[in-house]
Design a protein. Structure first.
Length: 287
């Protein structure tokens, strides 16, 4: 089995169920893989397939169900199932979203936004501490995509994430597509956003495509992970690498899942950009 440790500063792919059999059969030379742990907590055939993948590839777990921003308590059963999976797989990284998705014991099929206030910061920091204690490791927290702004938010989003990292010791997962989508939808300055994140805390980058929807004559970007990474996101990615250095990067594709070869091609493009950044910065590139 590939041992624990830091992911290589290379570009991997989000492994979805539609590609697992092909990947196991062909064993393409992709540097690392990321999966949603919720798809594997039940064990069974899916869990066995993931364990087979883990024998040959570094794996990262990217959760969607912890609901770090919920106003109530964390779901201890969900956290316990995640801990069991982490113990079994020993992934290189574990990450979650800055969002909430549970209320009154019910799960909602959305990653919902939180207001950026001191009260919210205290709640999220407490939950991150609880998760890190349960997993006996630091986690990464991902910036969301935004479609609205809370009027009473008193802290900027990157400043909120920076303070969360300072208080809890968690790392940050910088989703470049989410930054671009939010900048378009609610008027963030994408370059200033990158500049406000603490570079030392950013341990992973995500890339993805997005959809363009018309809302009463105004274009709204939707973070649907259903298309190739568009040129403006590639451009912002290059700026992110200038800011954070050669950081392990993942290409996500969830909707309209393409052939595995297409997804690997996107990762190869990202890998080339990473290699250029590492060369400029004088880094030794991992195999």
């Amino acid at each position: 089995m590939i041992g624990p440790g830091v992911l290589p500063a290379r570009a991997g792919i989000g492994l979805r169920s539609g590609h697992v059999s092909e990947l196991l059969a062909s064993r393409p030379p992709v540097p690392w893989l990321e999966v949603h742990p919720e798809n594997y907590m039940g064990g069974g055939r899916a869990g066995a397939s993931l364990e087979a993948v883990r024998l040959d590839y570094p794996v990262s777990l990217h959760g969607v169900g912890l609901s770090l921003g919920t106003a109530g308590a964390l779901d201890r059963r969900h956290l316990g199932r995640l801990r069991t999976l982490v113990d079994r797989l020993d992934p290189c990284l574990v990450s979650e979203h800055l969002s909430w998705s549970t209320v009154g014991g019910a799960y909602l099929n959305h990653l919902l936004p939180v207001p950026y206030t001191e009260e919210t910061l205290a709640v999220v920091a407490e939950h991150v501490d609880q998760v890190q204690e349960a997993l006996a490791r630091p986690i990464l927290v991902e910036n969301p995509s935004s479609y609205l702004r809370f009027r009473h938010s008193s802290i900027g989003e990157p400043q909120f994430l920076a303070e969360l990292a300072r208080r809890t010791g968690c790392g940050l997962l910088c989703d470049v597509n989410n930054i671009y989508v939010s900048a378009w939808n609610v008027g963030h300055d994408a370059d200033a956003y990158l500049g406000a994140l603490p570079a030392a805390a950013v341990a992973e980058i995500h890339l993805a495509g997005h959809a363009v929807n018309d809302a009463d004559g105004r274009a709204i970007l939707i973070d649907d992970h259903g298309s190739p990474v568009p040129p403006p996101v590639w451009a912002l990615y290059r700026k992110a690498l200038e800011r954070f250095g050669a950081v392990p990067t993942l290409v996500e594709w969830d909707a309209n899942l393409p052939e595995l070869e297409v997804l690997l091609g996107e990762a190869q493009t990202a890998d080339g950009i990473l290699a250029e950044a590492a060369h400029r910065q004088g880094h030794v590139r991992a195999a």
